[in-house]
Design a binder for this molecule. Structure first.
Ligand code: TRP
Length: 445
């Protein structure tokens, strides 16, 4: 079967960055950081991203480009008649789980675009904005409706195919998001009392580093970089044979991390200035941001542009998630692309409804004391992604082996890569041990 390739070198970086940069950076990162001790979390997060980000990402790219297949097909081809394709199935399941709660928040970005256009935050104080956010969750059908619209939009783009679908959208708009975040960061750090927020973000309190902080940082790193479930195997399968995958992985990792930190610089100084608790979770972002726009010249327009860009960032991420499910249905179950897209979208929606409705204040949709939303988030990021990543690096390090790995990342010897030995060492020994240690520490109280 012939596969589309990405149109250019920038194409694959843009698409992988489009998958990586999303609500994970702007919404989830501040939430996790706020709930896990601020600066201590940031430090651990950066260490994990720098140490494991590029090697794990490269492992996925290598598997994908070598086999030119979806994750399940890839493992079947590299290790026939073995249990390894289970990683692929796990990835497809994980994509469904992430889609289910991710699309809830993605739907809110649409609601907030409408609110922004209607100038509905103007002159409101924090208490009112907070109360309206809660009230919005209590109108369950409205959340579900926006979620459905968002999933429909995603399905529409996925249906149009990889090359012209994903590439076009991500190239132009993501740099614009960075510019807006920079403007917001400047406004945020110049608010009265902003210094406390910067201290919270950048000054690590080492006594706060616990097993659960470690596992949260690990989960957030994989979540934010879209690693550990085969998204990047699928994308790797579209990378051209003469592209330098190492520099691609490096640029994606760095830009994703930069955007997350930038989001932190936007959120925390302002949150401390306005009196939003760093542990406020989703409110941290959705309530703080409108307050910042209220304090800005041209805030009305910035607010609209920001939420539009956030929606687009979320869309390029949901595209990559849905694509994993669709590619599986098309290539392994042999369903026509159109129907595969419909089935995948309906499945995401069917689970997603419960995630959305579980955020009502009087909800009974809980699992072990956590809302279904939080449970899906926890299971995917803190369990499935680390496990997926663990198996992927073990596969590349121990099953695929050094020579095949070197051959792939050097494009058959054409590229000089002085660090290839170090990268392979990390993949084979360091990454599996680090992931296992962190994973286990997360379950020891
Ligand atoms: N990385 C995206 C974000 O930060 C979310 C995402 C998209 C993702 N595809 C993924 C997370 C695959 C894990 C695996 O918003």
């Amino acid at each position: 079967m012939s596969r589309d390739g990405f149109g250019s070198k920038l194409g694959i970086i843009a698409a992988a960055a489009g998958s990586a940069v999303g609500l994970g950076n702007i919404y989830r990162f501040p939430c996790e950081l706020g709930n896990n001790g601020g600066g201590a979390f940031l430090l651990v997060y950066l260490l994990i991203v720098l140490g494991l980000g590029v090697p794990v990402m490269l492992s996925e790219f290598v598997i994908g480009r070598k086999t030119q297949k979806n994750p399940i097909g890839a493992f079947k081809m590299l290790k026939p008649k073995s249990g390894w394709p289970i990683i692929g199935y796990m990835g497809v399941g994980c994509a469904l789980v992430i889609m289910a709660f991710y699309s809830t928040v993605a739907g809110w970005t649409l609601e907030y675009i409408v609110k922004a256009v209607g100038n509905q935050f103007k002159d409101k104080d924090l208490a009112t904005i907070e109360q309206e956010f809660t009230a919005f969750h209590d109108i369950g059908w409205k959340n579900v409706l926006w979620q459905g619209i968002f999933i429909f939009l995603t399905a529409f783009v996925v249906f149009k195919g990889v090359a012209d679908g994903i590439e076009k959208y991500s190239k132009v708009l993501m740099p614009l998001l960075v510019v807006i975040l920079m403007v917001l960061a400047i406004r945020s750090v110049t608010l009265p009392g902003a210094g406390d927020g910067l201290t919270f973000l950048f000054k690590p309190d080492f006594s706060k580093i616990t097993g659960s902080v470690l596992i949260s940082a690990l989960g957030q790193a994989f979540f934010s970089l879209s690693m550990g479930m085969g998204v990047l195997i699928t994308y790797g399968s579209y990378i051209k044979k003469d592209d330098n995958m190492t520099t691609s992985a490096l640029s994606v990792t760095l830009s994703d991390t930069l955007i997350a930190v930038l989001a932190g610089v936007v959120i925390f100084p302002a949150a401390f200035s306005f009196g939003v608790q760093p542990t406020a979770g989703m409110g941290l972002v959705f309530n703080t941001l409108p307050m910042i726009f209220n304090q800005m010249a041209g805030g009305y327009y910035f607010c609209i542009i920001f939420f539009v860009l956030l929606a687009v960032a979320a869309l390029t991420s949901t595209i990559s998630l849905l694509e994993v499910i669709v590619a599986y249905l098309v290539e392994e179950v042999h369903i026509k692309r159109r129907w595969a897209t419909v089935i995948a979208a309906v499945a995401c929606m069917a689970v997603g409804v419960f995630a959305s409705l579980s955020l009502k204040s009087n909800t009974s949709l809980t699992i072990g004391g956590k809302s279904i939303f939080d449970s899906l988030d926890f299971v995917s990021s803190n369990i499935l992604l680390p496990l997926g990543a663990l198996f992927i690096v073990i596969f590349v390090g121990w099953i695929m082996g050094k020579s095949k790995f070197f051959e792939e990342i050097t494009n058959g010897g054409q590229l000089k890569l002085s660090l290839k030995g170090v990268i392979y060492f990390i993949i084979k020994y360091l990454a599996p041990i680090a992931i296992m240690v962190i994973f286990i520490s997360g379950f020891i109280k």
